[in-house]
Design a protein around this ligand. Structure first.
Ligand SMILES: NC(=O)c1ccc[n+]([C@@H]2O[C@H](COP(=O)([O-])OP(=O)(O)OC[C@H]3O[C@@H](n4cnc5c(N)ncnc54)[C@H](OP(=O)(O)O)[C@@H]3O)[C@@H](O)[C@H]2O)c1
Length: 214
């Protein structure tokens, strides 16, 4: 049982993009940041429900498969779930459609008004809570029933869990692009690597997969 993080970051360390507009809610930079992941067969199957068998099957895909393996629960922030984009919509159900890719209990951290859990198709249930990282992790570990807990994002929540030293395995997929602004994963993290064994592997796409294991 491990607490895992998988994040896509730019060469200059940014885990968020800043060029969203009402017309383009994801912006152009998001597709630049995640293009190698989105191109994988696993992403196409698991997130887009594309059963054609298309998509890359190399190093990026091996990491994408690992994102979902042995997962028992997920934790994410209000930003990643979309509550900051749709603060006044009590029926907002996340970005992932009727059948989200998680297929496990997902704990959404928010200071907002209490929301009832939302049960989705395929095994995902979103639970909303206001709690410290330690408390949220205890709930997720209980729900995970011996499997791993993934802290899915966004940048703020991942940084909080890293600072609280709750992460056993941090995998960053470093896209060979520069974003220049946003929330940088590494700020104030001096010496983080000393708690971990660090390995790296470069994919065919040019993405560098860096893994910190406790
Ligand atoms: N690069 C990647 O791989 C990746 C992965 C996932 C997401 N993202 C990106 O990350 C961005 C979102 O990240 P973000 O940093 O803006 O937001 P976030 O980390 O998803 O969420 C932060 C928010 O969650 C709530 N929160 C955090 N800790 C809490 C606690 N202990 N108790 C209660 N509520 C708590 C607060 O919102 P309230 O106070 O408003 O409730 C806080 O502002 C998106 O742009 C998304 O695209 C990137």
């Amino acid at each position: 049982m491990a607490v895992r993080v998988d994040l896509n970051i730019s060469l200059d360390g940014f885990a968020t993009t800043t060029d969203q507009t009402p017309e383009a809610p994801m912006g152009e930079d998001w597709s630049r940041l995640v293009s190698a992941y989105v191109a994988t067969r696993t992403f196409r199957e698991r997130v887009l429900h594309d059963t054609s068998g298309e998509g890359t099957t190399g190093v990026d895909d091996a990491y994408a498969r690992a994102y979902f393996a042995e997962l028992g629960a997920e934790i994410m922030g209000a930003g990643m779930f979309g509550l900051h984009n749709f603060p006044d919509d009590p029926d907002w159900r996340g970005w992932w459609g009727d059948e989200p890719p998680f297929r496990v209990p997902v704990f959404v951290l928010t200071h907002g008004a209490p929301r009832p859990p939302i049960e989705m198709a395929g095994g995902t249930t979103f639970h909303f809570l206001s709690a410290t990282p330690h408390e949220a992790l205890d709930r997720a570990l209980e729900a995970a029933d011996g499997k791993d807990v993934r802290v899915g994002g966004g940048a703020t929540v991942v940084r909080d869990f890293l600072k609280a030293r709750l992460v056993d395995q941090l995998h960053v997929a470093i896209a060979p692009i520069l974003l220049g602004r946003g929330i940088r994963l590494w700020d104030d993290m001096r010496g983080l690597e000393s708690d971990y064994e660090v390995t790296s592997e470069t994919a065919e796409s040019g993405t560098i997969h860096l893994t910190f294991r406790r």
